[in-house]
Design a protein around this ligand. Structure first.
Ligand code: GLA
Ligand code: ZN
Length: 681
């Protein structure tokens, strides 16, 4: 685990967009704002390498020296997210082909083919040169490879690499035919050469039937493999640079900035070769605060709860949303502490100085176009900088411990949404958000875990819509529940294996024994319609009827008991919520997509029975988390409300690390304000 000396504070800085005359003024302003880390050079490849054989590091040397002499740390970027134009012209294999088969020309950024030999050669060479040059610079704190990898390609080189990837995985074409179910529509192949990249020219297409703007495919097994292969291919670009840097600076952590739930890239797989995780987050103005909390929890979960970096946020507005509102006073500070409250070790911005031209000229920055410190945004940034300096190393390295986890599988996400049925209204991440939000709003900490994490660390594991059951997963879940764990899953689970081939064991297939049910049919509900869930109050601690929709599984009890039944339709009276005692634990099945109130009541009831509770009770809209280090507990209280709100403490004495005020019994906290309490012993 990498630990920084304090919560580092700063962000993306593009000195190469400005004349040198401004650099010293920038540094004065950074110091004024207590900024102690800058990320650079993120997009400077063209400046660093004017031609195939010439490099120009002079300007970067100067800026690196300035940072060192001013005690500002550098998150050193490798600049490989946008190749120089000469490279695209001279080595056309660098340019990608899009899903419609159109070869791209030079332009934009992350506009390169991940399987281009030349891209890989030149990017690794640049990363090597940067590491050789700056490995002894005292400012170097962390490496930042590329930037927001996003590039997917369908060119001939990719098709060739795909065949190689498949050969390694399946050994022979008969196996491919089997795994992709190629008897369907007479797709049987006889040689590797028959396999192409999986694009709109082959097995992909747009969803013209439902009128929904989404990719569809007739061959899910094949499309899933292309997605896996592409995620791996892009990852190899990252890995090439990672290995080169690691050799030269083995003790400097390496990261690349992730984008939360970015579907095409399997971050759960990527994270294994990231020394520290980092997140870019740009919430929409009225976004529920649980969405950011979930992304932070995802980042923390990618490396077993290790602290992560909050790499990018805007100090105020962005430029690319439909309407780019300012962040109102206090909101940037609140969102920064929210990241720390969930495990971040940095607060960083895109960007430190606002660009003069091109598409990000109206994107918020610490230093505005006017160039001085007398702005609201600068004052807010500098206030936060002072606070983070005051915190020192108190919080750094502390961890969050949760009893509840939501289990997510990235490939399951791909598979659910490729599945061509049963409803376009089933969105995997929305389901995750819904479950997370319910528990998060109770101020109970939730970890986001993968199939490879240790289930036994948790009292409760929830895995909504676990459609794809990979090998061994049912065994792991069975042993978890058998040993006393509580497992909850939902409708549309246990249907297929990792190749999207449907189980013949009766749904939910491999999970049937654990859940003690058999799902006979699956109904999809029109958005204008609902069913109801009628709770059997004798079996569960609350009584009510709730609406449900999206999907209704029609199921039979095997070993399980019904805790609620459908209220409508021809399956009225059949189970919609079941509980199965399995060894020392229990497994619940929620057979439809319930209204939020149901989840609130269900989890309140469940948690009260197994003694999972919030550290302190508080008004709605207050977020409470705890980070722990040794015997120290740091309680974060964040007021997302527009009004003052109240939290009840106990009668122990607490000190707010931000203001040194002492509290006990209760706190009335101002709108958008934050407290970080430490126990006073
Ligand atoms: C991303 C990128 C940055 C910048 C911001 C703008 O996060 O990494 O380079 O473009 O978006 O919001
Ligand atoms: Zn390609």
């Amino acid at each position: 685990m990498y630990q920084f000396p304090k919560i580092m504070y700063g962000g993306d800085y593009n000195p190469d967009q400005w004349s040198e005359s401004i650099w010293d003024e920038d540094i004065r302003l950074f110091k004024l704002a207590n900024i102690d880390i800058v990320t650079l050079p993120v997009f400077s490849w063209a400046k660093l390498q004017p031609s195939e054989d010439s490099y120009n590091f002079g300007w970067l040397d100067k800026i690196m020296e300035k940072m060192a002499s001013n005690n500002i740390k550098v998150c050193c970027a490798t600049s490989t997210a946008a190749q120089p134009s000469w490279m695209s012209k001279k080595f056309p294999d660098v340019l990608p082909v899009d899903i419609n088969g159109i070869k791209r020309k030079h332009g934009g950024r992350t506009n390169f083919c991940p399987n281009s030999k030349n891209y890989r050669k030149f990017s690794v060479r640049l990363a090597t040169k940067l590491s050789e040059r700056y490995k002894n610079n005292p400012s170097l704190l962390v490496w930042h490879i590329g930037n927001e990898y996003i590039n997917i390609c369908y060119c001939e080189n990719c098709a060739k690499a795909f065949r190689k990837w498949l050969k390694q995985k399946y050994k022979n074409v008969e196996e491919v035919n089997k795994k992709w179910n190629m008897n369907f529509w007479g797709h049987t192949i006889y040689s590797w050469d028959e396999i192409d990249s999986v694009s709109n020219l082959t097995e992909m297409g747009r969803d013209t039937f439902s009128g929904h703007d989404r990719d569809i495919t007739a061959f899910q097994g094949m499309a899933l493999d292309y997605k896996r292969f592409m995620s791996d291919s892009v990852f190899e670009c990252y890995l090439g640079e990672y290995n080169a840097i690691k050799k030269l600076t083995p003790n400097i952590p390496i990261t690349t900035n992730l984008m939360g739930f970015f579907k095409p890239l399997n971050y759960q797989k990527w994270s294994k070769k990231m020394d520290i995780i980092s997140l870019d987050n740009y919430p929409y103005p009225n976004e529920d605060s649980s969405i950011a909390a979930l992304k932070h929890s995802l980042m923390r979960g990618l490396k077993n709860g290790e602290p992560f970096m909050f790499m990018e946020q805007s100090p105020s507005q962005v430029n690319w949303q439909p309407v780019n509102s300012l962040k109102k006073p206090g909101v940037m500070r609140l969102q920064s502490y929210q990241a720390i409250a969930h495990g971040s070790e940095t607060v960083m911005f895109f960007q430190l100085r606002r660009s003069l031209g091109a598409c990000e000229k109206l994107h918020g920055a610490v230093i505005d176009h006017v160039g001085h410190e007398n702005t609201r945004v600068f004052r807010e940034c500098s206030h936060l900088g002072k606070e983070l300096t005051k915190l020192g190393d108190k919080i750094s390295g502390s961890r969050i411990y949760s009893k509840v986890a939501i289990l997510i599988d990235w490939e399951n996400w791909w598979a659910v949404e490729y599945s061509s049925g049963l409803t376009i209204h089933l969105n995997y991440i929305n389901q995750i958000e819904k479950y997370y939000k319910t528990i998060h709003n109770m101020n109970i900490s939730v970890d986001i875990i993968s199939l490879e994490d240790k289930f036994e660390n948790y009292d409760v594991i929830i895995s909504p819509v676990l459609y794809m059951i990979k090998e061994n997963v049912s065994k792991l879940l069975e042993s978890y529940v058998n040993n006393g764990g509580t497992f909850i899953t939902t409708f549309f689970s246990g249907l297929v294996d990792e190749n999207d081939l449907v189980t013949t064991k009766g749904y939910p297939g491999e999970l049937r024994k654990l859940l003690g049910i058999w799902v006979e049919e699956i109904d999809a509900i029109l958005p204008t319609e609902n069913n109801t869930m009628l709770i059997n109050e004798k079996l569960i601690g609350f009584k009510k009827s709730y609406t449900c929709n999206t999907i209704c599984d029609i199921l039979h009890l095997e070993n399980a008991k019904a805790l609620a039944e459908y209220g409508n339709d021809f399956y009225k009276g059949m189970p919609v919520l079941t509980k199965n005692q399995f060894g020392k634990g229990v497994a619940y099945y929620i057979a439809s997509d319930p209204e939020e109130d149901f989840l609130k009541d269900f989890f309140t009831d469940l948690f009260s029975k197994i003694d999972i509770k919030t550290p302190f009770t508080a008004d709605e809209g207050l977020e409470i988390t705890q980070r722990k280090k040794g015997s120290k507990v740091y309680t974060f209280i964040l007021n997302h409300n527009n009004t003052k709100s109240r939290i009840s403490l106990d009668d122990k004495k607490y000190i707010d690390l931000l203001t040194d005020e002492e509290f006990s019994n209760e706190i009335i906290i101002d709108s958008k304000d934050v407290k970080i309490l430490e126990n006073k012993s």
